[in-house]
Design a protein around this ligand. Structure first.
Ligand code: RIB
Ligand code: CA
Length: 321
């Protein structure tokens, strides 16, 4: 019996590879793709999701959702992924269009139709926050919620303090973390250093000779250049596929622990920071009077600290073969 999954995405080049991994996996059935503005505006992200689904021969329903964060203006990442989000390679838009239902309503319906549904978010958490506001009861019916986001106890990629998905809509991220959902937090740092797809590994993927492999590398060409400028690291960093590998194969997580995670929403300097209570001293009586109301419904998030990198890369290769 395949596990049923819903993917929420701001479909740019790394999201697209994560979508391919799920759509081609024998382990899961993708019940829906919901789209949120983030890397690129909503219309473009929706086109990119439809394009990727067509590449995989999938008719999975695609639902467009929030065109901007809950309270802020959208600040896309076209500087990283290209104007179209897919490396500006000129991919022709597909004929299929998105469903009429709003993504937030689609998430609620999908959870009720599939108790135990596994949810993965690959973009800002706007759609999920809207769905939770629409029907808080889904908290008890969602089996897993893997969030690609955050920079737990480390530097961010969009500011020194914050990772892009959380930074774009920190109010949504805070609402999700306070909702009572059990979050598995896969931070940006897990897609760096040895987890980056190196030049030889890029050649090995291209040697597969499949349209999936060619697309995965080509649409991430711009991201590869931007990543080098951003970090001085060579290769293609794929945060969303890393998060997808955790969803598909939880055993790839080598180290994780549960902590209260708060999101900064007020400060301009640390907007979107995932403040992880790694020493769990917030439970200390000295602090509880400060945070008690919020903590009452908070679930500690399972923060992933270490990934089986070889396993992640093998899964990526298998997904593109
Ligand atoms: O910070 C990386 C995340 O932001 C990835 O999900 C990428 O696609 C962008 O959405
Ligand atoms: Ca993304």
């Amino acid at each position: 019996m395949r596990r049923v999954v819903l993917i929420d995405t701001d479909t740019a080049s790394d999201d697209a590879v994560a979508l391919i991994m799920a759509l081609r996996s024998p382990l899961v059935e993708v019940a829906a793709i919901t789209v949120v503005a983030g890397n690129v505006p909503l219309e473009q992200a929706t086109r990119n999701a439809l394009f990727t689904a067509e590449l995989c021969g999938s008719k999975v329903p695609v639902f467009a959702g929030a065109a901007k964060p809950l309270q802020r203006e959208l600040e896309p990442a076209t500087w990283f992924h290209g104007l179209d989000g897919l490396g500006d390679c000129g991919y022709a838009p597909v004929r299929r269009i998105a469903e009429k239902t709003h993504a937030a309503e689609a998430i609620v319906a999908c959870v009720h139709e599939n108790p135990g549904l596994e949810v993965i978010t690959l973009g800002p958490l706007t759609n999920l926050a809207l769905a939770l506001a629409l029907d808080p009861s889904i908290v008890g019916k969602i089996g897993r919620c893997v969030v690609m986001g955050g920079a737990p106890c480390c530097e961010g990629n969009v500011t020194p303090a914050a990772e892009f998905n959380i930074w774009v809509d920190p109010e949504a991220a805070r609402a999700v973390l306070l909702s009572g959902l059990g979050i598995e937090l896969v931070g940006w740092q897990l897609s760096r250093w040895d987890a980056v797809v190196s030049a030889p590994e890029i050649e090995a993927i291209l040697a597969l000779g499949t349209p999936f492999a060619e697309f995965a590398i080509r649409c991430n060409g711009r991201a590869r250049e931007a990543y080098l400028v951003q970090t001085a690291e060579h290769g293609i960093s794929l945060p969303d596929p890393v998060a997808m590998s955790v969803l598909l194969q939880p055993q790839l997580v080598l180290e994780a622990s549960k902590h209260f995670v708060e999101i900064e929403t007020a400060s301009a300097l640390t907007r979107g920071m995932t403040v992880v209570d790694r020493l769990n001293n917030s439970g200390d009586s000295r602090n509880t009077k400060l945070w008690q109301p919020a903590r009452a419904q908070m679930q500690p998030a399972s923060v992933v600290w270490k990934l089986d990198v070889a396993g992640w890369k093998q899964l990526l290769l298998n997904s593109l073969a």
